[in-house]
Design a protein around this ligand. Sequence first.
Ligand code: ADP
Length: 334
Amino acid sequence: MKDVLSAIQPTGDMHFGNYFGAVKNWVELQKKYECVFGVVDYHAITMPINYQKLRNNTWELIFNLIAVGIKPENIFIQSLVPEHTELAWILSCFTSYGQLTRMTQFKDKSAKSKEETKDSFVSAGLFNYPVLQAADILIYRPKFVPVGKDQEQHLELTRNIAQRFNNSVSKEYFRLPEALFTETPKIRSTADPAKKMSKSAGEKHYISVFAEENRIRKQVRSAVTDTGKNTEGQMSMGVENLFELLKATGKLKEYQSLINDYNSGNLKYVELKDAVADALIEISNDFKEKKTEILSNKKDIKNQIKQSSWEIRKIAQETIKNVKELTGLINVKF
Ligand code: ADP
């Protein structure tokens, strides 16, 4: 068993939504708990992607995770632990079809998939994704799952699946994992604050942690501040998001002073944007420096991650053995 499990998709760059919403917290949790962090490549193929790029994206994300402070021995690659998919099948038989149809991410992502491919095709993989995610979590029987607020519904489903499994086999086998939200549960897209910042939403909807300085500044400078739908006297979602970002960077003095300007009606958006851009660039520069070191040692790191995946797999194998035992499936000794 592990105390903490979380995961991230290798579908593109790590962005500040991922970092402040999840990964920054993972770095801290490693100090207190036994943690495992998955790079979930099976999830990446639920959407139409460029398959030639997937393998590189997976390694790139791993280098990025290490650069921001995740320990290599805590990282595994999902497709190197095939028990995840094996458990997903078993758990799908304990999953309510009706509940799966109500997943908001499925609705959002299937609409996006249709729009991108100009085709009505939506994969069953995308529909079943939350079951694989439940398997990713439950296979390590963790106590906590540190995720962004966008994953709340999926985690609730995971708990329902675990509960149904436990009831059906008359044993409290799976722990019901608890979500751990950060103080920054949701960062919005600066281009469209109605959306969350996300790799899956397209390039302009996320600010990459490792982007060039100029690009970060340009993206923050062009952040939408007025959506035209604001109620009188209420902070717009775009401005709120910029304040949220500034707070997340830890620049609390600047944050307080700009909030005071806002309250007294003296806030210049450009000052808020510059403060956000400066703070993000400072963090980014620090991580880029670490990444340069990592890139000079690529081969060793790849071997290390294959090894850690192998070590972490042992827990997954143990769970599968127990689950097969409990569900009447045939076990071969290993
Ligand atoms: P994406 O939505 O960009 O494809 P992932 O699904 O790989 O990101 O999510 C990785 C982690 O980052 C998850 O824990 C998720 O909750 C968190 N996360 C993703 N986007 C945001 C966001 N905009 N704000 C806060 N947390 C986020």
